[in-house]
Design a protein around this ligand. Structure first.
Ligand code: OAD
Length: 252
């Protein structure tokens, strides 16, 4: 028996009625070649990425922070959704009542075809004016080495949540709602260290959901899930989607 074969109980839930919530983190994009936050992959040009992902860093050195995000946009644009992203999109197509809530900003769930992703930490593909707060989408991989300016003259910044900033209110409300209603929660590729995302599985479980963790490594959540599938999401999620009767493209 392999380490990431779903239990009969899980297969029954995947085939049965009731909403499914998939909560994802950087690990689901690892097989697309994008480094996770806390795994190997480390520094960017000698800087700790966490030290650049703050409003203070952008105010102090907008060029440096912009260059970091320009690099991340280019990496994300080059990357392709992998079998894990595709499996969640297929599961949602097959069942309808599946929602992806992600901490990722790379846009790979959307590119895989998930129609209504809840983005807790924003998106690399939106720009927000630091002056008047207006936001717009911009999918160009290369926006140049300088932060662009808004019509009002202020800098545009990446539309992502930085350390010390609040999460977008509508998204967090929706995520908590989905957690309370879910029958099954798949937690994939997240270290479960960053709040409030990390508390969603517990809220769901307290409300009666069956919680499954898909992660090759243990996390602080591991001890309080109903089932752990200790493999890479690109291998495990397609098996779950197929168990639910979805047709999965594994080419990634
Ligand atoms: P982390 O880098 O903290 O954790 C990634 C997790 O993915 C780890 O637990 C790995 O074991 C796991 N992992 C690695 N490869 C995997 C694979 N192929 N399949 C499945 N799991 C795999 O990333 P997040 O949990 O997403 O926030 O981090 C949460 C937040 O912390 C990020 O959204 C970011 C960061 O600060 C903001 O930028 C606001």
């Amino acid at each position: 028996m392999d380490a990431f074969r779903p239990s009969d109980a899980l297969v029954a839930l995947l085939r049965g009625p009731g909403p499914i919530l998939a909560l994802t983190g950087a690990g689901v994009s690892a097989e697309s070649g994008l480094a996770t936050f806390r795994g190997p992959g480390g520094l960017w040009e000698g800087h700790d990425p966490a030290a650049l992902a703050t409003p203070e860093a952008f105010a102090r050195d907008p060029l440096l922070v912009w260059r970091f995000y320009a690099w991340r946009r280019a990496r994300a644009a080059e990357a392709r959704p992998n079998a894990g992203h595709l499996a969640l999109a297929a599961l949602e197509r097959a069942r309808g009542d599946v929602r992806v809530v992600t901490q990722n900003v790379d846009g790979l769930h959307e590119r895989a075809g998930s129609p209504s992703v809840v983005r807790l930490h924003g998106s690399l593909w939106t720009l927000r004016c630091v002056g008047d707060g207006t936001e717009k989408e911009d999918f160009r991989a290369d926006l140049g080495a300088l932060p662009p300016r808004c019509g009002c003259g202020a800098f545009l910044r990446p539309g992502v949540v930085w350390f010390g900033e609040a999460l977008p209110e509508r998204e967090i409300r929706e995520a908590f709602d989905l957690a309370r209603r879910a029958r099954l929660v798949l937690v994939a590729g997240t270290s479960s260290l960053v709040q409030p995302a990390a508390s969603l599985p517990r809220i769901a479980r307290d409300a009666g959901a069956y919680v499954v963790e898909v992660n090759p490594d243990e996390t602080p959540l591991s001890a309080s899930v109903d089932e752990r599938l200790a493999g890479p999401s690109g291998a495990v999620l397609p098996r779950l989607a197929e168990a639910a009767g979805a047709a999965v493209d594994r080419t990634g």
